[in-house]
Design a protein around this ligand. Structure first.
Ligand code: OSB
Ligand code: MG
Length: 369
C-alpha cells in the first residue's frame, strides 16, 4: 500500500482570547497538519510547533522544513509503515520531536481507519471519558484572573492551572486559593525561574497546590532536583522531559514527582506511551498536557489520556475554550463531572472540515511519489 502523497498544511488559528505565559502572549496559534494519502484512505496528524521558538526550539517553520526535506521523502511511494517502523527510520534525524510526532499521528490515524480500531484502543486506553482541567494564561490583574477562574468554574471545570512568572506568582495563586479553598489548583512557570529566583516560590507550599510545573530551565534537570528537595509540593516536569530516557533519569534524580506527557514534545504517541508505562511501574502520576491543539490534536490527547496511568486531570479543555472556528467537524464538550468523552470512531475519530481548513490555511505543500 504505497503512500501516494503527503500534504503539509500550515495553519493560523484565531484564539478566542489571547493566551499569555511567561514566554509571551499570542492571539493566533500556528500549527502544521499532515495529510497522508494511501489506498484511498487519508491519515491526518497535527504538529504542535508554533510560530515562535518560545516553548521549545521547534517552530512551524522548522517543522515544515524537516517534514518536507527529511521525514516525508523516504516515505513517498513506499509501503505505509507502522508507527514503530517509521520511528526506527526517523531515529537518525536528531531532535525535531514535534515534526516527527505530527507525521506519526497521521500514521496512527491511517492504520486505525484501515483496521477499524479507535486510537485509544490501539494505545491501550481503558476509559470512555477522561478528567480534564483548564490552563489559564496570565491576566491583566488579579481581579481579572479571579473573574476568568469563576467563569471556568461556572462552565464546570474542576481543576485549574494558572500560568505564573516572576512578579506574578504567589500573590495570584493565593488570591485564587482564598476565593476557592477546595479547588484542585496548580501552577505552570514555563521555565521562567532560576534556582536562585525560585526562592520566591516557597510560599506556594502553603497553598495546597497539586503541583508546580516546570519552574526552571528545560535543560536543567539537576537544579530541579535541588529545588524539589526544598519544596513539599510536587514539581511536575513538562519542557524538560523530551524522551523516555529523560523521564527515567529525572525520576532517578528525584528532579520531579509528576510528569506532564505531551506526545509532540517527546516525538510521538509511541514515546508518550513508553513514558506512561515507565511512570506506572514506578507509581509516578502522569497527566496529559496540551498545546492549544485543534480538534485533531485534541482527539489524540483524549485517546492518550484514556490510558490508566493518567490519574491527574489533563490540559484538555472543551473545543469552545480555544477557537471560534475549529477545523474538525466534531466539537468536544465538557461533561457535568469535568470529563470529556474519548472518541470511539476508528483512527483519531474526527473529520476535517475542508472549508474551515481552507480559511485557516496560510499555505500548503503537496508532496508526491
Ligand atoms: O506549558 O503546558 C504548557 C500551551 C502552549 C504551550 C505550552 C503550554 C500550554 C498550555 C495550554 O498550558 C494547555 C492547553 O492546551 O489548554
Ligand atoms: Mg507546561
Amino acid at each position: 500500500m504505497p503512500i501516494e502523497s503527503i500534504t503539509l498544511h500550515h495553519l493560523r488559528m484565531r484564539l478566542k482570547s489571547p493566551f499569555e505565559t511567561s514566554f509571551g502572549r499570542i492571539q493566533d496559534r500556528q500549527c502544521v497538519l499532515v495529510e497522508l494519502q494511501a489506498e484511498g484512505l487519508t491519515g491526518w496528524g497535527e504538529c504542535v510547533a508554533d510560530r515562535d521558538p518560545w516553548y521549545t526550539a521547534e517552530t512551524s517553520g522548522t517543522a515544515l522544513h524537516i517534514l518536507r526535506d527529511h521525514l516525508c521523502p523516504p516515505l513517498l511511494g513506499q509501503p505505509l509503515p507502522r508507527p514503530a517502523e517509521f520511528q526506527a527510520g526517523a531515529a537518525a534525524i536528531k531532535g525535531h520531536a514535534m515534526a516527527k510526532a505530527g507525521l506519526e499521528m497521521a500514521l496512527w490515524d491511517w492504520w486505525g481507519k484501515a483496521e477499524g480500531q479507535p486510537l485509544a484502543v490501539m494505545l491501550g486506553g481503558a476509559r470512555p471519558s477522561v478528567p480534564v482541567g483548564v490552563s489559564i494564561g496570565l491576566q491583566a490583574s488579579p481581579a481579572a484572573l479571579l473573574d476568568v477562574v469563576a467563569g471556568y468554574l461556572t462552565d464546570g471545570y474542576r481543576r485549574v492551572k494558572l500560568k505564573i512568572k516572576p512578579g506574578q506568582d504567589v500573590e495570584l495563586a493565593a488570591a485564587v486559593r482564598r476565593a476557592h479553598p477546595d479547588l484542585a489548583l496548580q501552577v505552570d512557570a514555563n521555565s521562567a525561574y532560576t534556582l536562585e529566583s525560585a526562592a520566591a516560590l516557597f510560599p506556594l507550599d502553603d497553598l495546597g497546590l497539586l503541583l508546580i510545573e516546570q519552574p526552571l530551565a528545560e535543560d536543567d534537570l539537576w537544579d530541579h532536583r535541588q529545588l524539589q528537595a526544598q519544596l513539599r509540593t510536587p514539581i511536575c516536569l513538562d519542557e524538560s522531559i523530551t524522551s523516555p530516557r529523560h523521564a527515567r533519569q529525572a525520576l532517578e534524580m528525584r528532579a520531579a514527582r509528576i510528569i506532564n506527557i505531551k506526545a509532540g514534545r517527546v516525538g510521538g504517541l509511541a514515546a508518550a506511551v513508553a513514558i506512561h508505562d515507565l511512570c506506572v511501574a514506578q507509581n509516578v502520576p502522569v497527566w496529559c498536557g496540551g498545546m492549544l491543539e485543534t480538534g485533531l490534536g485534541r482527539a489524540s490527547n483524549l485517546a492518550l489520556a484514556s490510558l490508566p496511568g493518567f490519574t491527574l486531570p489533563g490540559d484538555i479543555s472543551a473545543s469552545d475554550r480555544y477557537y471560534a472556528e475549529d477545523i474538525t467537524v466534531e466539537r468536544f464538550t465538557l461533561n457535568a463531572d469535568s470529563t470529556i468523552d474519548v472518541p470511539t470512531i476508528p483512527g483519531l475519530g474526527v473529520t476535517i472540515d475542508p472549508d474551515a481548513l481552507a480559511r485557516a490555511s496560510l499555505h500548503s505543500i503537496h508532496l508526491t511519489a
